[in-house]
Design a binder for this molecule. Structure first.
Ligand SMILES: Cc1ncc(C[n+]2csc(CCOP(=O)(O)OP(=O)(O)O)c2C)c(N)n1
Ligand SMILES: [Mg+2]
Length: 579
């Protein structure tokens, strides 16, 4: 105790200060040493000065209106860069606000570090009621991949190093780093401080797959009569774009991209089976999963969607525990996606047989039929607009601007946009992910714009937007090239629900005819109310050309949507209500 008290004494003379460093500076130095040059957060006790000092030291510190949005920005920064995105919050409530995003990062396998200030350990542990008291480390632990607390300035270097390595190595995920208020002001000898810092060497070591596993997987694939490759967002994360493209093309096998894997190969690629999803799931006999999990998004690999024919699954994943999670995996290939796909490619040799022609024909004709069926709907000029009319416009804009990043959330707005808008480049579509969570919108826009410098187009349900809408001020403040299109159908799923039991509105409807565009104008951005496909087209193109923060209120027919978009079947039904 006496020791700590001495350490916490502020230095008194300029001479002494020169020889000392402190927690504030060591954290900044540790982050910078490891190339973590951006922080997303919300200031307050005990991290306000830390944010100021970090900014002064050349770290980009983006200040948000709510920690959850800062956390989502950090999580998507992790996905886009393969470096942990850093979110910084105050104690208890700020920490809890950021925690949703940390859990989201872990669930989606995005590397992220949530750094939260915390209050005095001796008071927290005795539960004596400190300012924003909470045992944050204990609460974070079950929701992230790893959680650490640093108590001594001399341990900051190793603490930050552990956090980085835990976030990015193996299957990436969220890491919590607890920094008690007292740590920031702790002083120590500057030279010793410098020596205590750790530059993480090879933070995400390659996991090379076993040759026997690679051979087994290729043998199964070769034996298939109706093979299918499913690309997941793990494949997009890997940044092994050329190897994946070469492998898929050399195999000749139809591929199905999961939502955030769209664009890894263009959705217009001749082998893309996106528009024949039900056919390929039901009829394939061998399915190779690359960085995709057999979770609910793939109906757990069984049941009606997968048809009645027996299936063999080959799975490529860095996490051995993923194998056999839902169904038997006959050929598990454990390793990082880049190493695995390169090994597969090499193992194919030069005489790999062409994919069975009758199967390719089945898939292609189904796909072409579905695309042709959809085409006239996308060109409709209905007023009020329906989803297809509005999405047809956005589809063309993304085709013309393939390097723009598309952010997408909502129910109908999500499910229909995912199907309609073709992607052409890897990691250009970012959305609700594994949980189907609402609220990622503006955080993702900011994270994507900051990390990539590319223009961002957000396609948002009016409900979805509401979860992070206040961040339009942040977008305006940092002058980010973000165009937000709100599909305003007056509510959740539809704007037509009525409550017959009283005077309150139905639970799924919002104020009719809301003008979200005015929110953007309030902060100096451009607001547009678009009621026709043509108005929408002009407004989005102007926004993408100018790079000015823009919000377009796209007025959609309130009756156009369906309950829960494409996943209405997941709603539990009341037997009583049916009577
Ligand atoms: C954090 C969170 N809360 C609630 C939900 C439930 N939910 C699913 S979609 C949705 C909103 C759908 O409405 P909107 O965004 O307007 O899209 P629309 O179907 O109307 O196009 C909600 C609230 C969720 N997925 N995530
Ligand atoms: Mg809506």
């Amino acid at each position: 105790m006496a020791d700590a008290a001495v350490k916490e004494q502020p230095a008194t003379t300029a001479e002494v200060q020169q020889e000392l460093t402190d927690g504030f500076h060591l954290i900044i130095d540790a982050l910078k040493l490891n190339g973590l040059n951006t922080i997303y957060g919300v200031p307050g006790i005990p991290i306000t000065d830390f944010g100021r000092m970090a900014q002064a030291a050349g770290i980009r510190v983006l200040s948000f209106r709510h920690e959850q949005n800062a956390g989502y920005a950090a999580s998507i920064a992790g996905f886009l860069t393969k470096k942990p995105g850093v979110c910084l919050t105050v104690s208890a409530p700020g920490f809890l606000n950021g925690l949703t995003a940390l859990a989201h990062a872990t669930t989606n396998c995005f590397p992220m570090i949530l750094i939260s200030g915390s209050s005095e350990r001796e008071i927290v542990d005795l539960q004596q009621g400190d300012y924003e008291e909470m045992d944050q480390l204990a609460i974070a632990k079950p929701l992230c991949k790893a959680a650490f607390r640093v108590l001594h300035a001399a341990d900051i270097g190793i603490g930050v190093a552990r956090a980085i390595r835990a976030a990015v190595s193996g299957r990436p995920g969220g890491v919590y780093l607890d920094l008690p208020a007292k740590l920031f002001g702790q002083v120590m000898n500057a030279e010793a401080g410098k020596k205590s810092l750790v530059q993480v060497i090879d933070p995400a070591p390659a996991h090379i797959p076993a040759p026997a596993a690679v051979k087994r997987a290729l043998d199964v694939l070769k034996s298939a009569k109706r093979p299918l490759i499913i690309l997941g967002k793990g494949a997009a994360y890997a940044q092994a774009d050329d190897a994946i493209k070469n492998f898929v093309e050399k195999s000749g096998v139809p591929f199905l991209p999961m939502s955030m894997a769209k664009g890894l190969l263009p959705d217009t690629h001749p082998q893309c089976a996106g528009a024949a999803r039900s056919t390929v799931l039901a009829q394939s006999d061998v399915v190779m999963l690359i960085g995709a999990r057999l979770n609910w998004l793939l109906s757990h690999g069984k049941g009606k969607a997968w048809g009645t024919e027996p299936k063999k699954f080959v799975q490529i994943d860095i996490e051995p525990k993923e194998m056999d999670s839902n169904v038997e995996i006959v050929a598990p290939v454990v390793g990082d996606i880049g190493s695995c796909v390169s090994a597969l490619l090499q193992g194919m040799g030069n005489n790999w047989p062409a994919a069975p022609a009758d199967w390719i024909k089945t898939v292609t004709s189904k796909r072409d039929e579905n695309v042709a069926k959809m085409a006239p709907r996308l060109m409709n000029n209905n007023v009020p607009m329906d989803y297809h009319g509005a999405l047809g416009v956005l589809r063309t804009i993304v085709k013309e601007r393939p390097d723009a990043i598309l952010v997408n959330e909502g129910a109908n707005t999500l499910d229909l946009a995912r199907g309609v808008i073709d992607m052409y480049q890897p990691r250009k579509r970012i959305d609700v992910g594994t949980w189907g969570v609402m609220g990622i919108g503006m955080g993702y826009c900011i994270g994507a714009a900051v990390e990539t410098g590319k223009p961002v187009l957000a396609v948002e349900g009016d409900s979805a937007f509401g979860f992070s809408g206040m961040e339009v001020e942040t977008i305006c403040r940092y002058q980010l090239p973000v165009c937000v299109v709100i599909f305003n159908n007056d509510g959740i799923y539809r704007g037509t629900d009525v409550n017959n039991a009283g005077s309150d509105p139905a639970t799924t409807v919002f104020v009719k005819g809301s003008r979200y565009d005015k929110m953007m104008e309030a902060f100096g951005g451009v607001g547009v109310n678009a009621t026709t496909p043509d108005e929408l087209k002009r407004a989005v193109n102007a926004a993408m050309d100018s790079g000015k923060p823009t919000l377009i209120n796209a007025v959609i027919d309130p009756a156009a949507g369906s309950e829960s978009g494409r996943i209405g079947n997941l709603n539990p039904q009341s037997a009583l209500r049916k009577k």
